[in-house]
Design a protein around this ligand. Structure first.
Ligand SMILES: Nc1ncnc2c1ncn2[C@@H]1O[C@H](COP(=O)(O)OP(=O)(O)OP(=O)(O)O)[C@@H](O)[C@H]1O
Ligand SMILES: [Mg+2]
Length: 341
């Protein structure tokens, strides 16, 4: 069983007796806050097949609120978890994201910045092959905006079971921002979770987050070798646990995921589903895992729900996330196997 807190007031009789005082530890509601430093308006352009250096006729165009934390909050809401979405937003694109979340009943506590939230473009070919992504870098953040975010994260962490940091870092924020944020979350007694890539992930790892969920390419870059076999992925899981991360989940798209702590390791294979767009599958997996753990579930149960949520999102258009009915239907179709460490 993974460490978790239950929503209740716990009075410790031992301390009461010893000190004849009155000690009440107010345990936290299992809320999961998400922080997206660089959210995006996601535009998905559907094409029959992409012709480079040529004119392409768009079959369909969709737009949605995007960003790893934003996606995870939407899945958490879908699963019935309490959540709040934090991060930086600005301009008309930022207002659109806030509007979408509010319309869906997801509480937000964004820092409103002077800059403009970026637009990301995904080119999706109809054969379901991985999309071609065109990602803007994101707006500049001022020091005052950064300080406002730190205060908001601290406040959310004090009320949360876990705080998920998702995605890339925008311009103007210090490169060790995730280290500072992870320390803040831990000091408030919540579990810091990091889902990012590249230098941000390397930096963040130094602060030993509770959980990371790199995909197989991101994990390969972290351990400095391309991961190809199951044994290599398990080995990478182990190496990352040895660096002080409690729970390491390496996802491999339709080929499943391997989750490990220092004492336990599980492989999950999702069912075959009609794939439309896998954007957000990883974020959905993180949401499913955290939802389970926050409610006292085991690592096996967490990876199973995470896999079902990832697969359900792969069945949806563009940046849309899986619906609860699909997630629930797919849970029993995930195949779980314990791996001896
Ligand atoms: N084509 C698919 N069919 C079934 N399940 C899938 C598919 N793609 C993803 N999943 C599920 O979602 C999980 C996470 O997917 P993936 O490894 O693609 O994450 P990711 O690369 O981090 O995604 P992103 O960061 O874009 O959200 C997988 O382990 C799997 O359970
Ligand atoms: Mg991912």
């Amino acid at each position: 069983m993974i460490a978790h807190c239950k929503a209740s007031n716990i009075i410790i009789p031992y301390l009461l007796q010893k000190f004849k005082g009155y000690f009440t530890i107010k345990a936290k509601e299992p809320m999961i806050a998400t922080v997206t430093l660089n959210p995006a308006l996601d535009k998905t352009i559907y094409l029959n097949n992409l012709l480079v250096h040529d004119a392409n006729r768009i079959v369909r165009l969709e737009q949605d609120a995007g960003g790893k934390g934003v996606n995870a909050s939407r899945v958490l809401k879908e699963l019935g978890s309490e959540t709040v979405a934090l991060g930086f937003i600005g301009g008309a694109t930022g207002s659109y994201i806030e509007h979408v979340l509010t319309r869906e009943g997801i509480p937000t506590d964004f820092v409103h910045i002077k800059g403009v939230t970026r637009t990301n473009i995904a080119i999706q070919e109809v054969d379901g092959s991985p999309p071609t992504m065109l990602n803007e870098p994101g707006p500049e953040i001022t020091d005052a905006e950064l300080q406002e975010l730190l205060a908001k994260v601290k406040s959310a962490a004090s009320r949360s079971y876990a705080v998920l940091f998702g995605g890339s870092v925008t311009s103007g924020v210090p490169k060790d921002i995730y280290r500072t944020l992870i320390r803040t979350v831990r000091s408030e007694g919540a579990l810091p979770v990091l889902d990012t890539d590249g230098q941000s992930l390397i930096e963040g790892l130094l602060e030993k987050p509770y959980m990371i969920k790199p995909n197989i390419d991101e994990a390969g870059r972290l351990v400095g070798t391309k991961l190809q076999s199951e044994a290599e992925v398990v080995n990478a899981d182990r190496q990352l646990c040895d660096r002080g991360v409690y729970l390491v989940v390496i996802s491999m798209g339709k080929d499943g995921a391997i989750a490990a702590t220092n004492g336990e390791c599980w492989f999950a294979m999702p069912p075959e589903v009609p794939v439309v767009s896998t954007i957000g599958s990883g974020d959905s997996m993180v949401a499913g895992i955290l939802h389970t753990l926050a409610n006292g579930g085991s690592l096996e149960e967490a990876l199973r729900l995470g896999s079902a949520a990832g697969a359900a999102t792969a069945m949806t258009n563009g940046a849309e996330i899986g619906k609860s009915a699909d997630i629930l239907r797919l849970i029993d179709q995930v195949t779980m196997r314990r791996i001896e460490m």
